[in-house]
Design a protein around this ligand. Structure first.
Ligand SMILES: [Zn+2]
Length: 233
């Protein structure tokens, strides 16, 4: 596969960011030696989810993000619309919200309406936190001259949102012993001292460890697209 206009005036080596203007596509990058042809935008064929909304295409996205995240982002199309990426984020956030509502049944003896509302709030938080991350990515990219404007950053965080799934599960599990005081009794027994401050510190620790997968996926995405070339045809 090749792009007849590659390397064009704006083409960069996708590995090191070297300007490839005027070079032949069959050589190596003068800076890092990486084959120039591997920076061709024609290789960014994207997951088939970017073309068709089917269950198998969705499953492929989940499998690739879990097993081959680097390859997923290296072949992600950087042009076109973010509609499918947003759809993926809504699916992940909805799943987390539903899971929260279902967990709530065991945790909190409230009515179904209050459980659904808290689930919806959790889903909205996932979306909000993802977009805050996109703003952070855009900010860093601008400072470092990377090719990750807000539109691409949005696409990256939407797909990386799958990383919120274990985070949500960990937070839900942590809230269980917190709710009935088991955690406090248990920690008092082990450490001899335990108070609200320690509980807050532990929650923050669990929270930051839990969101690691999301963060790792986002920055894998940034690394694999920060010098991405656009199609010229
Ligand atoms: Zn290079």
């Amino acid at each position: 596969m090749n792009d007849p206009g590659f390397p064009g005036p704006d083409s960069l080596c996708e590995d090191c960011g070297y300007a490839l203007k005027g070079l032949k596509p069959d050589g190596g990058c003068p800076e890092c030696g990486h084959p120039i042809a591997e920076s061709s935008p024609a290789l960014r064929t994207g997951p088939s989810w970017q073309d068709r909304m089917t269950a198998s295409a969705l499953f492929q996205v989940v499998a690739d993000l879990t097993l081959r995240p680097k390859r997923f982002f290296r072949t992600l199309r950087v042009d076109g619309t973010n509609a499918r990426a947003r759809m993926f984020l809504v699916l992940v956030a909805g799943l987390i919200g539903l899971g929260w509502s279902a967990m709530g049944q065991a945790l909190y003896p409230g009515g179904i309406a209050s459980r659904l509302i808290s689930g919806a709030l959790v889903a909205l938080s996932v979306i909000l936190l993802s977009y805050i991350e996109a703003l952070g990515v855009t900010f860093f990219s601008r400072r470092r001259d990377w090719r990750v404007p807000l539109k691409l950053a949005e696409r990256l965080v939407c797909y990386a949102s799958i990383g919120w799934l274990p985070a949500a599960a960990a937070m839900a599990l942590a809230s269980w012993p917190l709710k009935d005081g088991t955690l406090e009794r248990w920690m008092l027994g082990v450490l001899g001292i335990w108070g609200p401050w320690q509980t807050i510190a532990l929650l923050m620790l669990v929270g930051s460890v839990a969101m690691m997968w999301f963060e790792v996926l986002v920055w894998t995405g940034v690394r694999q697209t920060k010098h991405a070339n656009w199609r010229t045809y």
